[in-house]
Design a protein around this ligand. Structure first.
Ligand SMILES: Cc1cc2nc3c(=O)[nH]c(=O)nc-3n(C[C@H](O)[C@H](O)[C@H](O)COP(=O)(O)OP(=O)(O)OC[C@H]3O[C@@H](n4cnc5c(N)ncnc54)[C@H](O)[C@@H]3O)c2cc1C
Length: 514
């Protein structure tokens, strides 16, 4: 195994994956290490949206006076929205199998706290920023149309609505699959990617950066001329291995979502609003179900369990019932929940971090060729990869010829079900090592209403054939999978049961509407 590299990338979430893919494509001899499996941390706990960037304008509305005091925020929000629009168009075009189109509604007037002119201004700004030809397809519903719309008529005081904006978003079918696809594209370009390999030591030596890796209980040493720290909410811990003088750059923000079954009239429809606290609230359509959230709190990834607490679940249900009182959702309606810690760029007076998404070159802090990425988002990850390669280019030259990064991500045979073929490919071609790697991050079965539990037994038998597990190991894998699901997702006992949470007085038949 090679032990001398141009670049060491730490982290196998979406930012590490894109960094590895772009660096290898640019001709750098690159090693990527991930302590667990690819996409096993925050990149598998998202709301799965390739957002158009509208949220940056919602933020502006929520903090009008602050923005006037700090006009730089307007400029940075416009830049982030422009980036989001451009990346959305590029991703949807190059990887159409990995997204699905869905419609979102933002009501205004009444008790929403949003006005029609704000929505028109935001839509106009988005149009001027351009979307590389992939329109938001915005449409404005009149007050009359909004009040009889199948979803919006369920809102509290819907009779006072002045209208609504409808626009098109794209949702990832599986973020985990996109991370693995990106790693695969990187490996095709020469990336040496190692999952279940943890960075445990890092220092600057005569040969450049000297790293100690731990894999399966044994340690090994490698050197690299440059380092990309893409460890998400853990970036400061990684930097701290090499220096105790470098600035802290990350602020963690825990986010939670809940999966629920809403009345059939809401099926397939998305909803976006701002809570009284000024935070965004969404209903995301998911097949016949919806997930709702997020509830965000400041959190340190090192000490925070990736699991929703009772209090967080109650907060989201309270928000949902505030907007849709007739739903009367309770904890027993939650099919399951999930949580992650967002990496956010630290900022003065920003307890939840800032919206900045950027690389930091720590050369001036005695760390030559050491680059940290903060605030990285799924939706703009390819832009992050290109920025990181530009930053590398200011320090070192590639040792091989470059090639254009291959952005084409396409579906594969049997990827949405457990078969001998799909399990073998996950293990042999895509580095899966355990049942969770296979079910949660290679096949598209993990976000079903039973979280893949129904196919775990069959997958374990196929995996045993390929990995040589004996019966005791196969049973241990199954038990570990079930325990992991229980711990992280808190599934309701009969998650796929058909108990309908609708209150009896809930309007069911959709009236005519746009
Ligand atoms: C509730 C929620 C909803 C979200 N919704 C969206 C959305 O809709 N759209 C969107 O674009 N973004 C969304 N995000 C944000 C997005 O998920 C994250 O910003 C993104 O996934 C961060 O990716 P990352 O690679 O930086 O971090 P991670 O995915 O956390 O990857 C970092 C990796 O570093 C590894 N690591 C740490 N230490 C070491 C070590 N010592 N050695 C080796 N590896 C190490 C970790 O194991 C981890 O896998 C959401 C986030 C949350 C929490």
């Amino acid at each position: 195994m090679n032990s001398d590299f141009d670049v060491l990338v730490i982290g196998g979430g979406i930012i590490g994956a894109t960094a590895g893919h772009h660096a290898a494509s640019a001709g750098y001899d690159t090693l990527l290490v991930e302590q667990d499996d690819y996409a096993s941390a925050t990149s598998s706990r998202t709301s799965r949206m390739q957002n158009c960037g509208f949220m940056y304008f919602m933020d502006l509305h929520g903090a009008g006076s602050q923005v006037l005091r700090d006009p730089r925020r307007i400029v940075s929000s416009l830049e982030l929205a422009r980036r989001a629009m451009r990346e959305r168009a590029d991703f949807v075009r190059s990887s159409p199998d990995r997204v699905r189109r869905c419609e979102f509604y933002v009501p205004y007037g009444g008790t929403t706290g949003i006005t029609g002119w704000q929505m028109r201004a935001a839509t106009m700004a988005m149009r001027l920023l351009g979307g590389a030809g992939l329109s938001l397809e915005p449409a404005f519903l009149s007050a009359g149309e909004a009040r009889v719309h199948p979803l919006l008529r369920m809102i509290a005081s819907s009779g006072e609505l002045q209208g609504a904006l409808r626009y098109v978003e794209y949702q990832y079918v599986s973020p985990e699959r996109i991370v693995v696809d990106t790693i695969v594209r990187g490996r095709e370009a020469g990336l040496d990617a190692r999952n279940h390999t943890r960075l445990v030591g890092l220092r600057r030596g005569a040969a450049g950066w000297e790293a100690t890796l731990e894999h399966g209980g044994t340690t090994s040493a490698i050197t690299a001329r440059a380092v990309i720290n893409a460890a998400g909410a853990w970036v400061d811990d990684i930097t701290g291995l090499a220096s105790n003088r470098a600035p802290r750059l990350n602020t963690g923000a825990k986010g939670v979502n809940l999966l629920v079954r809403l009345p059939a009239a809401a099926r397939g429809l998305g909803f976006e609003a701002v809570t009284a606290r000024g935070t965004p609230f969404y209903l995301f359509p998911w097949g016949e179900l919806h997930y709702i959230g997020p509830a965000d709190t400041a959190a340190d990834a090192a000490t925070t369990e990736f699991r929703a607490t009772d209090r967080e679940i109650a907060e989201i249900l309270s928000d949902a019932n505030h907007f849709f009182p007739d739903l009367n959702l309770t904890a027993s309606d939650v099919l399951y929940s999930w949580a992650g810690v967002r990496p956010r760029t630290a900022g003065a007076n920003a307890p939840m971090g800032t919206f900045e998404v950027r690389e930091h070159d720590l050369s001036d802090h005695g760390m030559p060729g050491f680059i940290v990425f903060t605030g990285g988002l799924f939706m703009t990850h390819r832009d992050a990869g290109r920025r990181l390669v530009r930053a590398l280019g200011r320090h070192i030259a590639p040792s091989r010829p470059s090639r254009t990064p291959d952005y084409t991500l396409t579906s594969q045979a049997d990827e949405d079900r457990v078969t001998a073929l799909s399990v073998r490919r996950a293990i042999v071609d895509e580095q899966a090592r355990d049942l969770s790697d296979i079910l949660r991050r290679r096949l598209l079965v993990a976000w079903s209403d039973d979280l893949g539990l129904g196919v775990a037994e069959e997958a374990s038998r196929h995996a045993a054939d390929v990995l040589g597990w004996d019966e005791a190991e196969r049973e241990a894998q199954l038990a570990a999978y079930r325990a992991g699901i229980e711990r992280s997702f808190r599934p309701r006992a009969a998650a796929s049961g058909e108990a309908d949470p609708r209150p009896p007085n809930f309007p069911e038949s959709p009236p005519s509407g746009p």
